[in-house]
Design a protein around this ligand. Structure first.
Ligand code: 6PG
Length: 248
């Protein structure tokens, strides 16, 4: 890895969930204090769900002015928003529905639409929101990592890995037999903070390859994530970190 990553290893899942939620709350407070708002892209999958639920708890949530927060999504499954597979559906149930957040502050990817149109519409929404022709700097982009090294919906061997211009693209994922819409590496790498949340022994071998193995992003897409000017964070529990501690 070329970007200097900040690696935090929590002793167990309970501390990982609390630590990751506290990390998000700290990024929110920092951004609101510095720029009057917090723009954060949420990750999908299962790992972030308890982290979002923890962030929504009074202890953390009450310290944040949610009217100054805008949530986006790093990727989405091409399903309707009320489908249990939807990343928006998961985030809404765990976090968004529990916050005094104006509806206009949640920018979901239209998973129910044609993937190509949904990707185009989302890129335009980001462009309009940030009023930027160049890739804008989200304050935080949250990511997970699959046990095959994918992140967001950037899967091994897919065309989206080589996208250098567009910020959001549709991608048919053969291994999932389904369409996805995903942010691309150029957009993710423009962020001020990018944080991977990785938990469980099942990710340990892949995490060691991504963090300490040869650079091979077509096979290990998570290696594409190297913020241009921002900070890269890896938050993990000891079970996931197992082999990484020995390797780095
Ligand atoms: C998705 C996510 C995806 C996820 C990884 C890890 O849409 O599924 O964006 O990139 O973060 O697959 O998923 P788990 O956290 O469930 O292991």
């Amino acid at each position: 890895m070329t970007t200097q990553a900040h690696i935090t290893v929590f002793p167990d899942q309970v501390h990982f969930i609390a630590g990751a939620a506290e990390f998000m709350a700290a990024r929110a407070a920092e951004a609101i204090a510095a720029r009057g708002r917090w723009t954060a892209a949420l990750a999908g999958g299962g790992t972030p769900r308890p982290i979002y639920a923890r962030l929504a708890e009074a202890g953390l949530a009450q310290g944040i002015d949610w009217t100054r927060v805008h949530f986006f999504f790093g990727d989405e499954r091409c399903v309707p928003p009320d489908d249990p597979r939807s990343n928006y559906h998961m985030a809404r149930a765990a976090l968004l529905a529990h916050l005094p957040l104006p509806a206009a502050n949640v920018h979901r990817i239209a998973g129910e639409e044609d993937p190509a149109l949904a990707a185009l519409a989302y890129e335009l929404e980001i462009q309009r929101f940030f009023r930027s022709a160049a890739a804008p700097a989200f304050d935080l982009i949250c990511l997970g990592m699959g046990d095959n090294g994918h992140t967001a919906s950037l899967f091994p061997g897919t065309a989206s890995l080589r996208e250098q211009t567009r910020w959001v693209v549709p991608q048919y994922v053969e291994v999932m037999q389904s369409w996805r819409v995903t942010m691309t590496a150029p957009l993710i790498n423009a962020a001020r903070h990018v944080a991977f949340f990785v938990e469980g022994a099942g990710k340990a071998a892949m995490l060691q390859r991504v963090l300490a193995g040869p650079y091979d992003p077509d096979v290990l897409p998570a290696q594409l994530i190297q913020p241009t000017a921002g900070q890269l964070h890896w938050l993990m529990d000891a079970a996931a970190a197992g082999q990484v501690i020995n390797a780095t």
